[in-house]
Ligand binder design. Structure first.
Ligand code: XMP
Length: 317
């Protein structure tokens, strides 16, 4: 029978055997998967694991600083890289979801490659790929064209010539969380919702600008904090706000407004492959809506997404 403790023990031994004294680079995203992969590797090879955490400017509000701090606290050998402007400038003018994903993937590889080159004699690239990532990226390559290209799968540029190590690629998300708990990772990291690699860029429908990112960060933070305060965050598999490129009429005091709308998404799921929308309590939705409309400049309407997957996807892009 599979247990997290046994998995940790055999995986650490296998990693030590496989990697010996080799150096390994790993991109941390702040998510559960890359964090658990990093801790496993850290336990196996210590300082030979070089972690790189890129700020793409598309993370949740205040996320970059909080997560970097947490990783340092865990003793990881980690370097934070501020690449916000590089990502934003490459996203300018792009509104197609796949073009946005490709641009983000490309910049990420460039930034990561620059950093990886600074690690002398690095031999391996570690990734936090889990089993459903592999299934999804294979299944979407049907004749009906790519649905979504998950850029963190097989994202290895040839010129890096690194071997790939993926210690979690047989696990489902709930197993990754159990492994994380067995490794002593805090709830702050283990309990967090999945967050897509392209980040808020695919929750801003159409073109991404710095202004839209900051509006969405504010709305999303209000949403997530309210879920936490209501004790609902841990009951939801994934939640987030989406910036809609739709303007609608409203009134604020005596003024007519004509501003953007925010959609709220919350789903229940086991592995993200299918999902049901969450029946969040009306009073919580009401509080979130009021707070977003009153506090976030540029938003005058909030809607709740009641679509399940399939046929809708979890993300809107
Ligand atoms: P969908 O929208 O396909 O999402 O129902 C399923 C799960 O995958 C995440 N997702 C992504 N993760 N890069 C990622 O790393 C991506 O491009 C991407 N697109 C979707 C999504 O957040 C959900 O957890």
């Amino acid at each position: 029978e599979w247990t997290p403790d046994a998995f940790v023990e055999t995986t650490i031994a296998a990693l030590q055997q496989q990697l010996g004294d080799d150096k390994v680079v790993l991109a941390l995203s702040g998510g559960v998967d890359s964090s658990v992969a990093a801790i496993l590797l850290h336990k196996a090879i210590g300082k030979n694991l070089h972690c790189i955490f890129v700020d793409n400017g598309l993370l949740r509000k205040d996320e970059y600083a909080a997560v970097l701090e947490q990783y340092k606290h865990l003793g990881l050998n980690i370097k934070g890289v501020d690449a916000k402007d590089r990502f934003l400038s490459q996203l300018a003018g792009l509104s197609d979801p796949e073009l946005k994903r490709k641009a983000i993937g490309r910049v990420f590889i460039e930034v990561f490659d620059d950093e990886a080159h600074q690690v002398q004699d690095v031999k391996w690239l570690a990734q936090g790929t889990i089993y459903p990532d592999i299934i999804e990226s294979v299944s979407v390559k049907g004749p009906s064209a790519t649905i979504k290209s998950h850029h963190n799968v097989g994202g290895l540029p040839d010129f890096m010539k690194l071997k790939v190590v993926e210690p979690l690629n047989t696990l489902f998300k709930d197993e990754v969380r159990r492994v994380g708990r067995s490794l002593g990772l805090e709830h702050f990291i283990i309990g967090r919702h999945p967050f897509p690699g392209p980040g808020l860029a695919i929750r801003i429908l159409g073109e991404v600008t710095a202004e839209k990112v900051s509006i969405l960060q504010e709305a999303d933070a209000i949403y997530i904090n309210n879920l936490k305060e209501a004790g609902l965050y841990d009951k939801v598999w994934q939640a987030g706000a989406i910036f809609l490129p739709v303007q609608s009429v409203g009134v604020m005091g005596d003024e007519r407004t004509y501003e953007n709308a925010i959609a709220l998404r919350a789903v229940e799921s086991v592995d993200g492959m299918t999902a049901d929308w969450c029946h969040l309590p009306y009073n919580v939705l009401a509080k979130i809506s009021n707070e977003i409309i009153n506090k976030v400049k540029g938003i005058n309407r909030v809607v709740y997404d009641i679509s399940s997957k399939p046929p809708a996807t979890i993300e809107w892009e």
